[in-house]
Design a protein around this ligand. Structure first.
Ligand code: FE2
Length: 445
């Protein structure tokens, strides 16, 4: 123990950075070691838990500097939507409320809570939604639908139910030319499930649960990314090897009740680029042979959090993730279809297999999602001037990744709301999408 404390003293005592602790003033050397570590992590700018990956540490509270670089279109939307940005933007989380130790992070929402599956209550023909729309266009066979002629802020509850079902069947649904106040976006999220309030990410001031998606902000605050090294969101660049884009992932898979419907609204969109790609887990599952499906059905896997924490009993033992076990093949509560629930970033291993077997199979399953263009859709967010674009996706049965080709030179700003869903389950009687839709199942492999 004494050695560990001495190590920290060595780490801190010569620092000239004003953001660092003055060790002797703040450490009670009689306090438990984990308490000293917690104090260090909460107080130090470089060890700051408000960082995400390589992002710079930020001061908690509304950021006046961020306000200076906020795109005009975003500012207009926020002010017109009644958001008070007079003290700054975005709202950087309070470090005192961010978990330091993995047991604290694991305890968040670690119990069943009520979830109403809105899509299950919807009219399967979606007459209310479709009759109000000008057009409903499937963008590819397996994933992605664009709806025009509707304003999301005007939807009735019946239309919200039908939209949930459409999202859950088609994976992702897009709406251009929207006027969407942030509060209305959160209300929509509240309707579809418990809105996740992210403890680590910047939020819209006064509206917890609305996460700010604004990589340009982090870049302008000092995050060292460019077109060669943009691997933000990748946990291990050597292992996953992806430059220039985010890695494929599904959000919040480590939760007891992981993400259901997620809604990203971009109000500031680059002239060219800044696209996002989604892939269908229903279609990925249907790519597998019938024999392999049988092998995978009922298997479970370990899923990890995006963020890392410390082990209270071994705080210098390295970073730890929250780990949670879920079915590898899930049944969707609204569509009843089976889908492949894996992603390269956050599926760690298949329960019951040797590490070699697990790696081999998981890497193949990741490839099925990532390498088959026919299960994917790529979306360009462009809207008419003065409007924003919404993408609403099923964050269970899909993966996604953003494409950072605009290099943060043109503004790309948006707000995201995620509604958490059911405890994941696998129903052995459930069917694949192709089976349920009566499409031919190839027996040739
Ligand atoms: Fe994501």
């Amino acid at each position: 123990m004494a050695t560990n404390v001495a190590t920290i003293q060595t780490l801190k005592k010569d620092s000239k950075d004003e953001g660092d602790l003055k060790f002797d003033q703040v450490f009670d050397q009689n306090a438990p070691f984990s308490a000293q570590i917690e104090h260090l992590v909460r107080s130090d700018r470089h060890l700051s838990i408000t960082r995400a990956g390589k992002a710079p540490g930020l001061n908690p509270g509304p950021d006046p500097e961020g306000l200076k670089i906020l795109p005009e279109a975003a500012k207009k939307r926020l002010v017109e939507g009644g958001v008070d940005i007079s003290k700054g933007y975005p709202q950087v989380p309070d470090r005192a409320k961010i978990p330091v130790f993995v047991d604290e992070a694991y305890a968040i929402r670690n119990e069943d809570y009520p979830y109403i599956e809105r899509g299950a209550n919807a009219d399967p023909e979606k007459k209310s939604l479709f009759s109000a729309a000008k057009s409903v266009t499937n963008l590819t066979k397996h994933i992605g639908t664009e709806v025009t002629g509707l304003q999301l802020k005007d939807l009735t509850d019946k239309q919200k139910d039908e939209l949930a079902l459409l999202v859950e069947q088609r994976g992702v649904v897009f709406f251009r030319n929207q006027k969407l106040p942030p509060k209305v976006q959160r209300d929509l999220g509240d309707y579809w499930g418990q809105v996740e309030v992210h403890p680590q990410t910047a939020q819209v001031p006064g509206l917890p649960g609305i996460t700010v998606i604004w990589m340009d902000y982090f870049r302008q605050k000092g995050l060292d990314i460019n077109y060669k090294n943009n691997n933000f969101g990748n946990f291990d660049i050597v292992k996953f090897g992806s430059n220039g884009t985010q890695i494929w992932h599904t959000d919040l898979v480590h939760e007891h009740q992981p993400a259901g419907i997620t809604h990203l609204h971009l109000d500031s969109i680059p002239d060219v680029g800044g696209d996002t790609i989604w892939a269908s887990g229903y279609a990925a599952y249907d790519k597998l042979s019938e024999e392999f499906k049988k092998f995978l059905d009922g298997k479970k896997a370990v899923y990890v959090s995006a963020h890392s924490y410390l082990d209270r009993d071994d705080p210098l033992g390295g970073l730890k993730k929250v780990e949670r076990i879920h079915p590898l093949v899930r049944t969707h509560p609204a569509t009843g279809w089976k889908f492949l629930f894996v992603n390269r970033s956050m599926t760690k291993r298949i329960v019951g297999l040797t590490p070699v077997e697990s790696d081999l199979i998981l890497n193949y399953l990741f490839d099925v999602y990532e390498k088959n263009a026919d299960v994917q859709v790529r979306w360009n967010w462009k809207s008419d001037p003065g409007y924003g674009t919404s993408a609403i996706w099923d964050n269970r049965s899909t993966q996604h990744k953003s494409v950072w080709d605009h290099e943060g030179i043109e503004a790309r700003h948006g707000t995201r709301v995620t509604s958490l869903a059911e405890v994941p389950f696998f129903d052995p009687k459930s069917k694949s999408q192709r089976e349920a839709l009566g499409l031919p199942i190839s027996q040739e492999n």
